[in-house]
Design a protein around this ligand. Structure first.
Ligand code: MRU
Length: 368
């Protein structure tokens, strides 16, 4: 199924203040009607519309089809999907745990690279095991409270890493970012865009360059939309213009998000990020990453072990309805790449700053 077949809605007023702390949001839970309210990001910037989802299948479809995207936002969506399931499943503890397990596996299969998805499902499943024996109403309440905690903690993490990252931004900087690591990609505020928002609030940011981010155009469609909505000066450049602006000394700082960070500090992020990091290194510009601790995969030794999602040929061969590549010509589409730790000046997290290019890694940071 495609969620576009469901009725869509203008920006909804929820029965309580959005946990995203913003009038528009990627995903929220409406506790009075038990609906997952999800923006259709595929329709931005032309239309801001939301679906009211009532089944875990709908939520899984929303993640798989990139109605919602961005590593923390898909983790939060999956958590709300499992809260929804807990509300609907009235069976005994064994049946509840079985249903939770089946739903968790289906959600986990939707997108492979962002580890926040598996992390959120594992956390919800631990909660499910703890509360399985409770009355179905109490069990459902506890599952929703856990999903909401994941959401609230993500926003708090974004604000904490934003404040840390802003300290490194030089005064009067033009900042380059790639893809969308903003409020749309998280519980709210954003990771990379959290750093930009905090630095802008301190008066440090003169301008943001948003790479358009071929082929899915998250930079052009989403980053530009959300920064412009906040009154932060943003200009969209095509991905192949970045080198030109580095060469002319017009970029002073780079900050991006991440979908998975390996134990040695290698960083997976949207395809094209690695190229930006090489340019930044050549031009002696800090290349930095902002991500919550839930993006760090301590079980993954290095970037080589990070699974890279392969997406469809169609997303490369077309822009909207426009055919760019004749039928029959292959268009490979790895959706992410890996930037080696040596090129990463800083990883801003809610627990502090890791400096991989100075030999620090998540593993060594934890031993400090
Ligand atoms: O394919 P997407 O749009 O889900 O990819 C998103 C990114 O690569 C983001 O930069 C990343 O998830 C960090 S989000 C805070």
């Amino acid at each position: 199924m495609d969620l576009s077949t469901l009725p869509d809605h203008a920006r909804p007023s929820l029965s309580r203040a959005p946990l995203s702390e913003s009038p528009w949001f990627a995903v929220e839970y409406e506790p009075t009607t038990h609906e997952v309210v999800m923006m259709d990001q595929r329709r931005l910037p032309g239309e801001e519309v939301y679906y009211r989802l009532t089944t875990v299948d709908h939520v899984a479809t929303g993640i798989r089809d990139m109605v919602v995207r961005g590593a923390p936002a898909i983790g939060i969506s999956a958590a709300y999907g499992l809260a929804l399931l807990a509300h609907r499943e009235r069976g005994d503890a064994r049946i509840f745990l079985m249903a939770n397990g089946v739903a968790g596996r289906a959600l986990n299969e939707t997108r492979p690279t962002a580890v926040n998805l598996a992390w959120a499902i594992a956390r919800m499943s631990r909660k499910a095991a703890d509360v399985a024996e409770l009355h179905p109403d109490e069990r459902a309440q506890a599952m929703l409270a856990e999903a909401e905690a994941i959401h609230r903690e993500d926003v708090a993490s974004c604000r904490a890493m934003g404040a840390l990252g802003a300290k490194d931004v030089p005064d009067g900087a033009t900042i380059l970012t790639h893809c969308n690591a903003g409020a749309l990609a998280t519980g709210g505020y954003g990771t990379a865009l959290g750093v930009i928002r905090a630095a802008h609030a301190e008066g440090k940011v003169v301008r943001v360059f948003a790479d358009e981010t071929r082929p899915y155009l998250q930079g052009a469609r989403l980053t530009a939309w959300e920064l412009h909505a906040d009154g932060i000066p943003v200009e969209v450049i095509t991905d192949n213009m970045a080198g030109h602006y580095f060469q002319r000394g017009q970029i002073q700082f780079v900050v991006v998000g991440s979908d998975r960070i390996a134990n040695n500090g290698d960083v997976a992020n949207k395809i094209g990020t690695y190229g930006v990091s090489v340019l930044a290194k050549h031009h002696n510009v800090p290349f930095t990453v902002a991500a919550p601790w839930s993006t760090i995969d301590l079980r993954c030794p290095s970037g080589k072990e990070i699974p890279i999602e392969q997406r469809s040929r169609e997303e490369v061969a077309r822009v909207g309805d426009k055919l760019l590549v004749a039928d029959g010509i292959p268009c490979p589409h790895p959706a992410f790449d890996v930037t080696p730790a040596a090129l990463v000046g800083a990883i801003y997290t809610e627990r502090g700053v890791i400096r991989p290019s100075e030999g620090e890694s998540p593993e060594s940071f934890l031993k400090k």
